[in-house]
Design a protein around this ligand. Structure first.
Ligand code: ACO
Length: 702
């Protein structure tokens, strides 16, 4: 990676003397960008390109080359890659289009294979190139003129990436790197992130993703990177369905985008809704100092926008300083009688420019006030030139000490001030929400540093689980029978209702007496998966007489439902008392691996779609976060005078299932539905556990 971002010699294969061609543009950008190493244009017909000696092939160059930029038509790429391999070039950036993006997957695979054989890594194909501030290297065919700075952009979209170069200039955003990943035939986001996390120039990473390859590795890498540096992601398009394992009936809830969203949040990634928001965030994050605490102060000359900013703070997770006495004291010198020193601090429309500056100075000097949101409504007496200078001075005072964002509202005067100051890198915005949003991103990024690490599955009896799965697999089944699922639950320490499988009516009565009435009875047959549909479930049986009637009905129903079904017997189980019904599970996502799910369960699950997802395994803290994130969380906190439910016990089950699915990669779906959650201290009861697995899946460990 070091040789990709700081190469000791760059060859441009397909360099051209024709200024309209991409191969010319790349050489020109490398030279104009001030690259310190040697550039070798490769072209069999030319002697010299842009003042540099040209060579017929890379093998004709005697000096060391670390990086090759390939700009020859698709049909010539394979021999070029082989030749670069022979020359010992470590990395190739293949600009050429016309591979897997147009269905030519085989051609792309061949290129990667040839590259692998000679130890060459490939970025692309179908990319616009790479910029690296570490080497002052602009090996792209973009417009040139990239300013160095602290933001690294990794983009899958080429066109958007090139457009971003222009945008970085107009937004005065400096880049540490700009990498186009294109078809990701070999190197992908995770490889680049591993370099960028250690790169001293990079303060923030912006990822533009269209589709994910090896999502599991990406999430793992992101979780580590975000503990050190903020990562902002924009993901376009909703990914294809089928993300959650199709066998699970809750799969329909997943929508791959919801999974992506939750996984990114869990990995500590800041997901922006638009390119503009992402730019605002990375620009602010790359420059703002780390806040020394959580509490922000809003200073405004207009009550209305002050209230809007308060709403925005709530939406973006920005806390407000709330010590009334200290607020009154801090602003007493600038506050008119009819103003308000409560936060938002409203200086009113009477405030002069110097009152305004003084109030912001008071925030800067107060040790308990950690960041400032400065709002300004244009007034009849506002003077643009004076105001512009004032904000510039305030920002200069804050810079490096405390984060500050500005929002100005008004007519042309304010619009001019915004444009001028933004071009200078001052975080000034037209809308209050736009101003608070980057500050919220800064606070969220800061919270990543104390995210807990992953936990282990050491306290589970995995040998028993594997034995059961192997035995079921030998019978050619991809699901576990109720008694087997119960045994698996027992092996991971999950409390299930007492139950027995009875093969005769007499056994069933004896089992019910042993468990104690009321009981539930269910048909047991490998040929009947959806027991309720088959009339194979009887609830709340109070005594022997009810049990005997139900037994006969169950057998009759099952035979009518599927005459060929082999009926093993019935399961007699403890009747679980009602609690708040939740659903807890883990499904294998084709892109991201095991994904844990928690939601409101029972009969509401399909209707409410109130579920949260995180990459499995989840830590205790993440499990609690998931539970708290669903809309029906108040039900667990207790409504109408009820007490709080046993959320800790629910979180433990969630964690256990996620650890199990992570440890036993054969398990494709495990779902407890419902999981009844009782009052605090009274625990939870799993009513039903369903386990699907893939007997072919070998045990893969990351
Ligand atoms: N070794 C060295 N040079 C060679 C070789 C070779 N094996 N083969 C050909 N060349 C030379 C050619 O002679 C030519 O030089 P010349 O102008 O002196 O004759 C030069 O390499 C380029 O070859 P051309 O045949 O002229 O190809 P052209 O430049 O028209 O196109 C390109 C090549 C740009 C790679 C094209 O095939 C392509 O893929 N374009 C799309 C690029 C793209 O958009 N990438 C995705 C970016 S992301 C986005 O969407 C913006």
């Amino acid at each position: 990676m070091q040789r990709l971002f700081a190469p000791r010699g760059v060859a441009v294969i397909g360099a051209s003397t024709n200024s309209a061609k991409i191969g010319f543009r790349v050489v020109k950008n490398i030279i104009d960008g001030g690259y310190g190493g040697s550039v070798y244009p490769i072209n069999p017909k030319a002697d010299e390109i842009l003042g540099q000696a040209a060579y017929p092939s890379v093998e004709a160059v005697e000096e060391m080359i670390d990086l090759g930029i390939v700009a020859v038509p698709a049909a010539h790429v394979l021999p070029v890659v082989a030749s670069c391999g022979r020359k010992g070039i470590a990395n190739l950036v293949i600009l050429t289009s016309g591979f897997s993006e147009v269905g030519k997957t085989e051609e792309e695979r061949c290129i990667v294979e040839v590259a692998r054989e000679s130890g060459v890594r490939i970025l692309g194909p179908n990319v616009f190139g790479i910029y690296s501030a570490a080497a002052s290297l602009d090996a792209t065919f973009g417009p040139g003129g990239i300013a160095p700075g602290g933001v690294a952009i990794v983009t899958q979209s080429g066109a958007l990436g090139i457009a971003m170069i222009g945008k970085t200039a107009s937004e005065s955003l400096g880049l540490s790197a700009l990498v186009s990943v294109g078809n990701k035939s070999d190197l992908g986001e995770a490889d680049l992130l591993e370099y960028l996390v250690a790169d001293e120039l990079t303060r923030v990473v912006l990822l533009y993703i269209e589709g994910v390859k090896d999502g599991e590795r990406l999430v793992r890498t992101l979780s580590q990177v975000t503990r050190k540096k903020p990562v902002v992601v924009i993901k376009s398009g909703r990914s294809k369905r089928g993300a959650m394992a199709a066998a699970s009936h809750t799969g329909s809830l997943a929508g791959a985008d919801a999974v992506f969203d939750d996984l990114m949040r869990e990995a500590g990634v800041l997901r922006a809704r638009s390119v503009q928001e992402a730019f605002d965030w990375v620009r602010f994050l790359s420059d703002a100092p780390t806040p020394q605490g959580d509490e922000a102060v809003i200073v405004t000359n207009g009550g209305g926008i002050g209230v809007l900013a308060t709403d925005a703070c709530e939406e973006y997770g920005v806390q407000l300083f709330d010590e009334q006495g200290e607020l009154a004291e801090a602003f007493k010198g600038v506050m008119p009688d009819f103003g308000s020193s409560k936060n938002p601090v409203d200086l009113t429309g009477q405030a002069t420019a110097s009152d305004y500056a003084e109030a912001l100075e008071a925030v800067l000097e107060h040790s308990g006030m950690h960041s400032a949101i400065a709002l300004y409504c244009e007034t009849a007496t506002s003077q643009a030139d004076q105001f512009e200078g004032l904000l510039r001075d305030v920002y200069a005072r804050y810079r490096g000490r405390k984060p500050i964002v500005f929002s100005l509202f008004g007519g042309r005067t304010m619009a001019d001030v915004i444009r001028t100051l933004r071009a200078e890198g001052v975080p000034v915005y037209g809308d209050v929400y736009e101003a608070v949003s980057p500050l919220g991103a800064l606070y969220r990024a800061g919270r990543n540093e104390d995210r807990p690490g992953r936990e282990s599955a050491d306290d589970m009896d995995l040998a028993t689980v594997r034995r059961i799965l192997t035995a079921a697999g030998r019978e050619g089944r991809g699901f576990l029978l109720a008694d087997e699922a119960a045994e698996v639950a027992g092996a991971i320490g999950l409390s299930l209702p007492q139950s027995r499988v009875a093969r005769t009516l007499k056994d069933a009565v004896a089992a019910a007496q042993m468990i104690g009435y009321p009981v539930v009875m269910k048909i047991v047959s490998r040929d009947i998966i959806h027991k309720s549909d088959a009339g194979g479930v009887a609830l709340d049986l109070q005594d022997d007489a009810e049990l005997i009637d139900a037994y006969q009905a169950l057998i009759r129903n099952a035979k009518a439902y599927k005459p060929s079904a082999v009926i093993t017997g019935v399961e007699v189980a403890e009747m679980i008392r009602p609690g708040v019904e939740t659903i807890v599970g883990v499904s294998r996502d084709p892109a991201f691996g095991p994904v844990a799910m928690f939601g409101l369960g029972g009969i509401y699950v399909e209707v409410m779609k109130d579920v949260a997802f995180r990459a499995a395994p989840v830590s205790r803290r993440t499990a609690h976060e998931m539970i708290a994130s669903i809309r029906s969380y108040p039900l667990l906190l207790g409504v109408r005078g009820e007490g709080r439910k046993d959320i800790d016990a629910a979180a433990r089950v969630l964690r256990k299932l996620s650890l199990l699915a992570d440890a036993c990669r054969e398990i494709s779906d495990i779902e407890v539905n419902p999981l009844a959650v009782y009052d605090h201290g009274e625990g939870v009861r799993a009513v039903d556990v369903r386990i699907l697995f893939d007997p072919q899946e070998e045990v893969k460990r990351p």
